[in-house]
Design a protein around this ligand. Structure first.
Ligand code: UTP
Length: 288
């Protein structure tokens, strides 16, 4: 079965984006004029999602406000000539169901995903972290196909320089798996020291998981930093049977940090017909 559900955890504190996140959730930061959350929902839908489960926090009412259907706003966007954007907005809550569930406190990504259990129940489901924006829906589509074909969870991967591994979840590939993948994953470790890292292959914020992961999430105990880690539940799954890792081949922007967000805005703006050409002229002049 392909993943019909897409879980988008958006209940975190957004510490790295203070003070803006005092009032504005980082998931709603604009990529030009569209919130990162909209881009990630568009990706989920392009990847086959029919039902989006947003995990939010009572402290972030803007998230729920954004996904509330609003025919007047759609009409105003349409009247301004932006038909494609109006269609994307109109899908939310009509073609695609959206549920909002609340995480009482930001107790970690594993806990946030576990909060979606009551909606997802017993089907494979996608997880898309909304502070990572992708250039297209290729990876999430491949992950969903992989789970359909194999019946085991699949995660997106990328290689990083070894001195950066300590910021990420790092995989142990099955012996002999190398090159462009796909990889069998026999273990996962969160934020290892550089010298202890089993590889330089990190898990990025795109997953399609089989529903047995919910039992592992329910059994999680806090890690060293006090958070309930999704990585620890994946590790439990990998111990029972290797997971699949698929290398990301699309553009990826980490919009959870000011530097990554700025890069995303500039790069995506340069690709847009309405603002790109003028921005390019200005940048060339500015940098010459
Ligand atoms: P991050 O760790 O990047 O988000 O989690 P954060 O905790 O908000 O960021 P910092 O470190 O304080 O700056 C990735 C995604 O998971 C969500 C976040 O909202 C983000 O979109 N998340 C994280 C939750 O929903 N609940 C949590 O307990 C933790």
């Amino acid at each position: 079965m392909k993943a019909r559900f897409a879980v988008i955890p958006a209940a975190g504190k957004g510490t790295r984006f203070l003070p803006v996140t005092k009032a504005v959730p980082k998931e709603l930061l604009p990529i030009i004029d569209v919130p990162a959350l909209q881009l990630v929902m568009d990706e989920a839908i392009a990847g086959g999602a029919e039902h989006i489960v947003l995990v939010s926090s009572q402290a972030k009412p803007g998230i729920e406000a954004y996904v509330r259907p609003d025919a007047e706003i759609v009409q105003r966007v349409r009247a301004s000539g932006r038909e494609d954007l109006a269609d994307r907005l109109a899908r939310i809550g009509s073609d695609v169901q959206v549920s909002v569930v609340y995480q009482d406190e930001p107790r970690g990504l594993g806990h946030a995903v576990g909060c979606a259990r009551s909606v997802v129940a017993d089907e494979p489901f996608a997880v898309l972290l909304p502070d990572e924006v992708m250039g297209d829906a290729r990876l999430i589509t491949q992950l969903s196909q992989s789970v359909h074909d194999t019946g085991v969870s699949a995660v997106g991967l990328m290689r990083v320089p070894r001195d950066q591994v300590s910021a990420y979840g790092v995989i142990t590939p099955r012996e002999g798996d190398s090159g462009p993948g796909p990889f069998g994953i026999i273990d996962v470790v969160e934020k290892p020291r550089e010298q202890d890292a089993p590889s330089n292959l990190i898990i990025i914020g795109r997953y399609v998981l089989t529903p047995d992961v919910f039992d592992h999430l329910d059994a999680l105990v806090p890690s060293a930093n006090g958070e309930l880690q999704l990585t620890d539940a994946l590790r439990e799954q990998a111990m029972l049977s290797p997971l699949t890792g698929i290398m990301n081949k699309s553009a990826r922007y980490d919009t959870g940090t000011p530097q990554g967000w700025l890069t995303a805005v500039i790069d995506i703006a340069l690709q847009r017909g309405d603002v790109g050409p003028a921005l390019e002229v200005w940048l060339r002049e500015r940098l010459s």
